[in-house]
Structure formats: C-alpha cells, structure tokens
Ligand binder design. Structure first.
Ligand SMILES: Cc1cc2nc3c(=O)[nH]c(=O)nc-3n(C[C@H](O)[C@H](O)[C@H](O)COP(=O)(O)OP(=O)(O)OC[C@H]3O[C@@H](n4cnc5c(N)ncnc54)[C@H](O)[C@@H]3O)c2cc1C
Length: 313
C-alpha cells in the first residue's frame, strides 16, 4: 500500500529526462523528493514484482528507443549538512551544488569536478571524475538502501576504481554520502574550478545533447605490455589512454549516422544533433569500437549505462 503521495506516471518518455534527449517510455515513472518516498517507491516495486531503476540527472544514460519495462525512479532528494570538514550530502543533490558549496566553505577536494552534470548518486555509482580528481577521493562513508534495510559502506568497501564501484555490481541504492574534505582557500579553489570550466565549455558547449564521453579511457598500467609498447607515450594522459585517441585513429571523428554525430574535435563524444535514435547511436559506437578492437586489440567498454540495449561486445 502506498502511504505517501507518490505520483506515478505511465509510459513516461525518458527522452525528456536524459541529457542526450533520447529514450523511449518507462512503463512507470515517479520522482521522489525524500528518502521515505524513495524507499516507498522501491518497496512498491518489489511487492509488485516490478523491476525498477533509480536514476539521477540522466546524464550518463543511453536508453533504448523501445524504452524500458520498469519503474524508473528519479531521485531528487537534495540537501547538504556541514560539520567542520565533514559534509553529509543527500544523493539527489546536483553534483555542481556540492562542488560550489564545498568551494564556498573553503573546502578542497571536489573543485575539479565542476561542470560534471547529474546527481551525487550517479557520480558515486560511476566514480565520476575529471582532471585527475575523483568523487571517491574524499568519501568516508556511503549510506545506502539494500532493498530491505539501510546500511553503511566505508570507502574501502565501495570498491572504487576508475569509473567503477561496487554499486555497478549490487542493487544498493545510494542515499547519502559523507565526505571529509581538506581545508582550502576559497579564491584559489574558485580559480581552479573556473579554469577547468573554461576548458570544459570548449568540449561541452552549453546545450549539447550528449551523455558525456561514451567509452571509458583505458588505465595504462592495466594494458597488456605488448599493446602498451605500440602506443606512443604522449598519448597517455593522467595515466590513461584516452578512448578518443584510439577512436580518432580509426577515423571516427566527424562521422554520422542519422541524427547522431561524432564530434569533429573529439572522437569519444557522440552528439544527438536533433531527433536522434538510440539505435543509430549504438550502431555508430559499435562500428568504431569494432575497428579499435581490430586495429589495436583493445576492447573499449562503455562508460555510459546502456538501458535495455545489449552489451557492445
Ligand atoms: C556534458 C557532459 C559532461 C560529462 N562530463 C563528465 C566528466 O567529466 N566525468 C565523468 O565522470 N562523467 C562525466 N559525464 C557523465 C555523467 O555526468 C556522470 O557520470 C554523472 O555522475 C552521472 O550522474 P547522473 O545523476 O546523471 O546519473 P544517471 O545518468 O541518472 O545514472 C547513471 C547510473 O547511475 C545509477 N544511479 C543514479 N543514481 C543512483 C543512486 N542514488 N543509487 C544507485 N545508483 C544510482 C543509475 O541507475 C545509472 O545506472 C558527463 C556527462 C555530460 C552530459
């Protein structure tokens, strides 16, 4: 029995809430604004044997044109509490709010994550990062719902790796995150963030319809030696071999399929130029991932979450 006033919608077009503006309908859709509502929605789904998917800002999703036969729960549970250097942050808080808040409070450790769209929950799920900083760097504890009860995981229990966490392998829903940040200096932090923002606006101009980088970069030290020996050293950035460089080598830049275009300035950036289709996006991405595999022996892995689409490999 639903006790709270949850507003369920049927056949909700997910293209309305993804940054790519692509995605067919969710069988059911609900937005939640409190932890109680989130747990109520999950409990409702579980009782009715209805699969569910909790999302945040929809900025890392490629949803099939056919949509998804699930209850999609959009998390808008926001709030930040500060205790000296500790911040306790609700998972639906936009990451940018957290970044700006931490800077304003003279706290260092999140400023390089400026301009990454989406919620804190999505960032923790995918271990989001930029310019050598990662959301997990200063996380102390993640409070989550395991489907039945609220539990807490310490940082080392979250299995954070490059764009990876335990949350990609379990069904836990992230509720709140506790950070312990360094003391910083507001002017210096703001300058650092603004310089990054300036660079990012070149790659991601305002209003661009994309899900960020499509494929994960490769951690150089994890690549087999014989593959690494064939890669020019200058291609390695922050210890990563950018997927974009490999895609560029196989001619992906500027390529198109339907309304989907690979940026002519960045081969790992797939843009919806109008009324794009997930099927075209997927076909184009797969085509160039196959070329990379043939040329370099490297299997690219999507960073973006594929919803109701088969794995690329
Ligand atoms: C223009 C642009 C630039 C980007 N730049 C970067 C970048 O520099 N670095 C980077 O790392 N990423 C980048 N991204 C990708 C994206 O913004 C991040 O991955 C972001 O953290 C996703 O958050 P979200 O709330 O939008 O997640 P969503 O897209 O809503 O969901 C992503 C995944 O997280 C899961 N999830 C969401 N919330 C929860 C929760 N509370 N509990 C459990 N699971 C949850 C969802 O089920 C889904 O599987 C960029 C995207 C865009 C559009």
């Amino acid at each position: 029995m639903i006790k709270l006033m949850l507003k369920f919608e049927q056949n909700f077009p997910l293209s309305q809430i993804t940054t790519l503006q692509i995605g067919g309908p969710a069988r059911q859709f609900v937005t939640v604004y409190s932890q109680e509502e989130l747990i109520e929605a999950i409990t409702y789904a579980r009782k009715n044997s209805l699969p569910y998917l909790v999302i945040g800002g929809g900025s890392n999703l490629l949803v099939a044109d056919a949509g998804v036969n699930k209850l999609v729960i959009k998390n808008e549970i926001e709030g930040i509490t500060k205790l000296v250097r500790f911040l306790k942050v609700k998972s639906g808080t936009p990451l940018q709010h957290l970044v700006d808040y931490s800077i304003a409070q003279n706290l260092s450790g999140l400023q390089k994550l400026t301009d990454i769209p989406g919620s804190l929950g999505g960032a923790v799920y995918g271990a989001a990062g930029a310019y050598g900083q990662t959301i997990s760097d200063y996380i102390r504890e993640v409070i989550c719902f395991d489907g039945e009860k609220i539990i807490s995981l310490q940082n080392d229990e979250c299995e954070f790796e490059y764009r990876d966490s335990i949350f990609k392998r379990n069904e836990f829903i992230i509720l709140e995150v506790i950070f312990k940040l360094e003391v910083g200096e507001v002017k210096k932090l703001r300058k650092e963030a603004d310089e990054i923002l300036e660079k990012r606006l070149v790659k991601y101009p305002k209003g661009i319809k994309c899900p960020g980088s499509f494929f994960k970069n490769l951690v150089a030290e994890k690549l087999p030696k014989e593959i690494l020996s064939r890669i020019p050293k200058e291609m390695i950035v922050y210890g990563k071999l950018p997927a974009g460089s490999l895609l560029e080598e196989v001619g992906a830049k500027g390529e198109k399929l339907g309304q989907i275009e690979i940026a002519d300035y960045h081969a790992n950036l797939f843009i919806n130029k109008g009324d794009g289709k997930a099927s075209d996006f997927y076909t184009l991405a797969k085509k160039y991932a196959v070329k990379v595999k043939e040329k370099f022996g490297i299997t690219l892995e999507p960073e973006v979450q594929l919803i109701n689409l088969p794995p690329i490999f």
